[in-house]
Ligand binder design. Structure first.
Ligand code: ZN
Length: 217
């Protein structure tokens, strides 16, 4: 077991906003949706945004784009550069976060509340964390925040469990979720040498990580 002081330094709360100032993301509809659907979508974005604010003390400044159907999602995916290519076999993708443009895309005909939440959690994460770590943490926190609401649960893609989520759960057991939150926001750093190997892999540069997972170790 690691001692807390050995493994992290808490830095100043740079970038944390007061919760009472809670901007709501701008929602843009790329597709036709009727008034009911539009209302339901804004409600879910709003609720997810509140949940993120309460849990993390900060909200996402990313815009939310709404599309419908696998084709529209695929177009969004293909037209964006710099998304990790491995994760994207787009046909089943429900949401994505484009850190470069500061945009979240949600496929509303498939999305549950948990998917909105998952992408809004992505929206507050520090870009200094490699993709695989952000992905694992975003699913981990989505799981925690929808634990008691079965109807809201989003199922991760099948490959995400082994690749990202299990090692992040392990990391959470070692550090605790409060520290994991600080790490997600970029307010903490960690000495990885003493961590288990699969957890250390979460901190590899993205290209190395995917190469390693593709060809085994
Ligand atoms: Zn994700």
């Amino acid at each position: 077991m690691l001692r807390r002081n050995d493994i992290y330094v808490r830095t100043a709360n740079i970038g944390l906003q007061a919760i009472n100032f809670m901007p709501t993301p701008i929602i843009t509809f790329l597709t036709d949706a009727n008034a009911d659907e539009m209302q339901k979508i804004s409600l879910m974005v709003d609720q997810a945004n509140r949940l993120v604010a309460n849990y993390f003390g900060i909200t996402s400044a990313f815009d939310v784009l709404i599309c419908c159907g696998s084709w529209e999602m695929e177009v969004q995916m293909i037209s964006r550069r710099g998304l990790p290519s491995n994760m994207m076999n787009g046909s089943n993708l429900v949401g994505l976060t484009d850190y470069r443009l500061g945009e979240i895309v949600i496929r509303f005909d498939k999305a549950k509340f948990g998917h909105y939440l998952h992408e809004l959690i992505h929206g507050i994460m520090s870009k200094s964390n490699p993709h695989q770590l952000r992905e694992g943490m975003a699913w981990h926190f989505t799981e925690i925040l929808t634990e008691k609401h079965r109807y809201a649960k989003a199922t991760p893609p099948f490959w995400a469990e082994d690749l990202y989520i299990r090692p992040v759960r392990k990391l959470a057991r070692i550090l605790g979720n409060d520290f994991l939150k600080d790490l997600a926001l970029g307010n903490a750093s960690i000495e990885i040498d003493s961590l288990p190997n699969d957890v250390q892999d979460l901190f590899l540069p993205e290209e190395l990580f995917y190469e390693k997972k593709r060809y085994g170790r």
